[in-house]
Design a protein around this ligand. Structure first.
Ligand SMILES: *Cc1c(COP(=O)(O)O)cnc(C)c1O
Length: 418
């Protein structure tokens, strides 16, 4: 396992890591490099840079820069900072979470492969697998039930290997929007078993969007790649789209090559916005998590509420609680609750709320609410949705950094409509 745990704590790394004023005219903060191409001092250096690129080592010549689709200074600053936060040897940054996931799939899977994934899974990921990978590349997704036992995992893997070699085991944990938690060590053991049977080792990939690198480090638990939609908590202000993947140098280098072919890198301005947003990630996380706890506790005792999924409320003696405590250093601030009744009651509450805005996405300073069954998970077949714990009464909430008493008072008045 790669253990690149940095000496400095994340609260320190998020503020300045990856940027050295000495390399940039002593500017205290990162300048934005708005340039699509980089000049060579002479034709010989150009030749050497392109020789190095062909040999897979672009960073060796011309300060590492040739053309912005390959790499650019703001991208390098952001990637270095995120690699440190993810405890990884390397990180690649993309122009959205979906382009990060698609780049992983297109790079690490071959036509005819099988793919195992936890459920529920982000609607966009579901669509990527079922409307692109399956029809175009015959890559068959096999869903794993949320409470799969070790023998359920093996049974699904056995069925998958009848289709073709399992190339990836993808886990979204905690899952969107149910916060169901998957034991990463269990998936690593499953990868061992699959490797023994088929020869090729499947990659364990974790979508860490719900918690992010401050609250969960999947590489520490044996995952090969950790992916994060930076659009959410890292961006934190609902004004930029981006995604990242961290892992070993060798794997990330392969992803960067595909990124160069597809042009799915993040531009200089987007990188700069993220470098700036990361500076406040730890204080935003702390505040939003405190608010989430207060709201989750309020909802859990409300007579109109059937269930609340904030992981901090998991029963102390449950096996899931043990996994949660092993893997996560906090419960985050996005979760769901279900109102008694169904869609009608959920819509009543959503329409009555005054402070939270009704929108998809999560992780911003502002509180957002949505109805997963009819929005984020619209594309998922109904039976699959209900099996995985999303009902018509489910409401997702991404808790922001407003005052918790104002939020609770607003939920109180909205729930009184039922
Ligand atoms: C938002 C999200 C994505 C996709 O990220 P984008 O930046 O919107 O492309 C993937 N996984 C999860 C869990 C998400 O919430």
């Amino acid at each position: 396992m790669i253990n690149n745990k940095p000496v400095l704590r994340p609260e320190t790394l998020t503020v300045g890591y990856g940027y050295d004023p000495n390399d940039h005219m002593r500017a205290a903060k990162p300048p934005i490099y708005l340039t699509s191409t980089f000049t060579y001092p002479d034709a010989e250096t150009a030749l050497r840079a392109h020789d190095a690129y062909a040999a897979g080592n672009v960073a060796a010549e011309n300060g590492g820069f040739v053309y912005a689709r390959l790499d650019h200074p703001n991208l390098v600053m952001l990637q270095d900072r995120l690699a440190a936060l993810d405890h990884a040897a390397a990180c690649a940054v993309f122009n959205s979470g979906m382009s990060a996931l698609a780049t992983i799939m297109l790079t690490c899977l071959r036509p005819g492969d099988a793919l195992l994934h936890t459920t529920p899974i982000y609607g966009g990921t579901h669509a990527l697998m079922n409307t692109l990978l399956l029809p175009v590349q015959d890559i068959q997704p096999f869903p794993l039930p949320p409470t799969a036992s070790e023998s359920d995992l093996i049974a699904t893997a056995t069925a998958a290997m009848k289709h073709g070699p399992v190339g990836i085991i993808l886990a979204e944990t905690p899952a969107n929007p149910t916060c169901s938690i998957t034991d990463m060590a269990g998936l690593v053991r499953l990868a061992d078993t699959i490797e023994l049977r088929q020869g090729r080792r499947p990659l364990v990939v974790v979508d860490n969007t719900f918690l992010g690198p401050l609250l969960q480090n999947p590489l520490e638990h044996g995952a090969d790649l950790t992916m994060t939609s930076l659009t959410k908590y890292a961006g934190g202000h609902s004004d930029v789209l981006a995604g990242s993947v961290s892992g070993s140098f060798c794997l990330v280098e392969k992803l960067r090559k595909t990124r160069t072919l597809l042009g799915t890198h993040l531009d200089a301005h987007g990188c700069w916005m993220l470098l700036r947003s990361l500076e406040t990630l730890s204080v935003r996380t702390e505040r939003a998590q405190k608010n989430a706890e207060a709201i989750a506790r309020f909802l859990a005792t409300h007579p109109a509420v059937e269930a609340v999924t904030w992981p901090g409320l998991l029963p102390l003696d449950s096996p899931t609680r043990r996994v949660f405590e092993q893997q996560c250093s906090g419960a985050g601030s996005t979760f769901s609750f279900s109102v008694k009744g169904g869609r009608e009651e959920a819509f009543l509450v959503l329409n009555a709320l005054k402070i939270p805005r009704l929108a998809v996405s999560l992780g911003g300073t502002e509180t957002l609410v949505c109805h997963p069954a009819t929005t984020t998970h619209h594309a998922v077949p109904r039976e699959r949705l209900y099996e995985t714990g999303i009902s018509e009464g489910t409401v997702r909430i991404s808790v922001g950094i407003e005052h918790q008493d104002d939020l609770i008072a607003d939920f109180k008045q909205a729930l009184s409509r039922i």
